[in-house]
Design a protein around this ligand. Structure first.
Ligand code: NAP
Length: 251
């Protein structure tokens, strides 16, 4: 791969997004490290630059079309045309259905579904022009249903249909689209779930690991490695797939 290819990773200040940004930089991509707060991206950018890579911190709320348009244009101007996009930004607003507010519903749809739509729409213009593109959307094992996550599971299932449609529409331009659906990954997101349930994070991890066939929870690097493959040149015949990365089988 030439080092001129540019990748955008959203929600990349921490967790799975940070690990993915670091991994794609190792793979030779120049990486736009996107998160709500631009200054929160500084650490990941520094780590990429110290390892000899190119990176740019960009503050974008992916649910806001004006910020997406301006941010993606800035990335194209300062780093180069984005040809890989990892829609990773995410939030949870868990509650049982009878207690879930409209705001809980709209906020989750706004970041996951609207955010992925806006980012993909802005980036496809560059990808189709370059006749090369790699789109990876973060789904979840929760797409199959999870108590307390009516909003999140609907968004993550929606992203699977979105991904397959992008694969169908964009394939003829050399653009692939795939979804990675993680199981339990040790990040701030799963820590906040433990907090909500009133369980110590260590105990939550221990219990979750005991339920997973490989007997451990996932780390952000497990997801980054799968995304790395999907963003590679050699993954060009893999498109429209949902890959569960969960330490065991899921449909
Ligand atoms: P995380 O640690 O909570 O990180 C998510 C990042 O996204 C945060 O830096 C957050 O910024 C950012 N973000 C939130 N809203 C945003 C917006 N509107 N625009 C831009 N950035 C925004 O989460 P994670 O565990 O790494 O999860 C990453 C992705 O994987 C998410 O899509 C999640 O749903 C999915 N996933 C995670 C797991 C898991 O077990 N962890 C499992 C399945 C799927 P702030 O800190 O400023 O809010």
């Amino acid at each position: 791969m030439t080092d001129s290819r540019v990748a955008i990773v959203t929600g990349a200040a921490r967790g799975i997004g940070a690990a993915t940004a670091l991994r794609l930089a190792q793979d030779g991509y120049a990486v736009a490290v996107v998160d709500l707060d631009e200054s929160a991206c500084a650490d990941v950018v520094t780590r990429i630059e110290e390892a000899g890579g190119r990176a740019l911190a960009v503050g974008i709320d992916v649910s806001k079309s004006d910020q997406v348009e301006a941010g993606v244009k800035r990335i194209a101007d300062e780093l180069g045309a984005p040809v890989a996009l990892v829609n990773n930004a995410g939030i949870i607003r868990d509650n049982l259905l009878f207690k879930m507010s409209e705001d809980d519903w709209d906020a989750v749809m706004g970041v996951h579904l609207r955010g992925a739509f806006l980012m993909a729409k802005a980036c496809q213009a560059y990808m189709t022009q370059e006749k090369f593109g790699r789109i990876v959307n973060l789904s979840s094992s929760s797409a199959q249903g999870n108590r307390g996550q009516a909003n999140y599971s609907a968004a993550k299932a929606g992203l699977q249909g979105f991904t397959k449609t992008l694969a169908i529409e964009l394939g003829k331009f050399g653009v692939t689209a795939n979804a990675v659906a993680p199981g339990f990954i040790q990040t701030e997101m799963t820590k906040s779930t433990a907090d909500r349930l009133g369980v110590e994070f260590d105990k939550f991890i221990e219990y979750s690991a005991s339920q997973i066939p490989v007997q451990r929870v996932g780390q952000p690097e497990d997801i980054a490695a799968t995304i790395s493959f999907l963003c590679s040149e050699e993954a060009g015949f893999v498109s429209g797939q949902v890959i569960y990365v969960a330490g065991g089988p899921l449909d």
